[in-house]
Ligand binder design. Structure first.
Ligand SMILES: [Zn+2]
Length: 251
């Protein structure tokens, strides 16, 4: 009979075995619930808050000192989730806080070596008469190909930009004409001059006198006809007014 107590003990334990099993199951479910709650909390802290902060720029977070850590570590992920890839890249300022902390070298005064390409108006004391694109029987092409600066005959004409004199002489309806190259390429034509003050091959500076206003060629009065041809004699002219404005002048 030595086995009887064992049997009875086994029988007696049967119900107590079931009880711990239920307890463990309950504990497991409670633990699982806590795990889910923890995961939700982590999700809220790492994803929802940064997205909210990024969208509303929550000042409270910044005030609480949370904004830097959020933006530095989790904002990129939050931005990706929000569908903003550009914001996902860490900003330069965040990437180089150490560099920003370094003292900057003091600015050193250096001589200016950059030569500004300056332009100038060709005459003073003028008023504009003919505009580029004007249509009239006066011009053989039917369309005005330059800008007319009306001024008394003999008024000084100055180079609108530095260049080299390509041609200077009488040219039919253009009258006395001087062609000077332009810094960016192309040519400036100065027409109807009374007198020509430069010779082909001569280098001229911006504002340098190159001749005087006149009424030679096909004209109705004394004026300078300024024509600009970006691709030379055989290319189309462009509006000199727009070119001068583009170089900071107000004709
Ligand atoms: Zn003209």
């Amino acid at each position: 009979m030595p086995h009887q107590p064992t049997t009875s003990r086994r029988r007696a334990y049967r119900p107590t075995h079931r009880a711990p099993r239920r307890l463990s199951r309950t504990l497991a479910s409670v633990a699982a619930a806590y795990a889910v709650a923890a995961m939700v909390l982590v999700l809220v802290v790492t994803v929802v808050l940064p997205v909210t902060a990024a969208r509303h720029k929550v000042p409270a977070l910044a005030a609480a000192g949370l904004a830097p850590s959020l933006s530095a570590s989790t904002a990129p992920a939050a931005a990706v989730l929000a569908g903003r890839e550009d914001a996902a890249r860490p900003s330069r300022s965040l990437a180089t806080p150490a560099l920003r902390a370094l003292p900057r070298p003091a600015p050193v005064a250096r001589p200016v070596t950059i030569q500004r390409i300056t332009w100038a108006l060709p005459v003073s004391g003028y008023h504009l008469t003919g505009r580029f694109g004007d249509r009239s029987w006066l011009w053989s092409s039917g369309m005005h190909t330059g800008l007319d600066f009306a001024a008394p005959a003999g008024t000084q004409i100055r180079a609108i930009a530095a260049g080299v004199v390509k041609e200077a002489g009488y040219a039919g309806s253009y009258g006395n004409r001087t062609i000077i190259t332009l810094p960016g390429g192309g040519e400036a034509w100065y027409c109807h001059q009374t007198s020509i003050g430069v010779t082909p091959g001569q280098r001229v500076a911006v504002g340098q006198p190159i001749g005087t206003v006149g009424a030679t060629g096909n004209v109705t009065g004394a004026h300078l006809h300024l024509e600009i041809r970006p691709t030379g004699e055989h290319g189309d002219p462009v509006d000199p007014y727009a070119v001068l404005v583009a170089h900071g002048l107000r004709p």
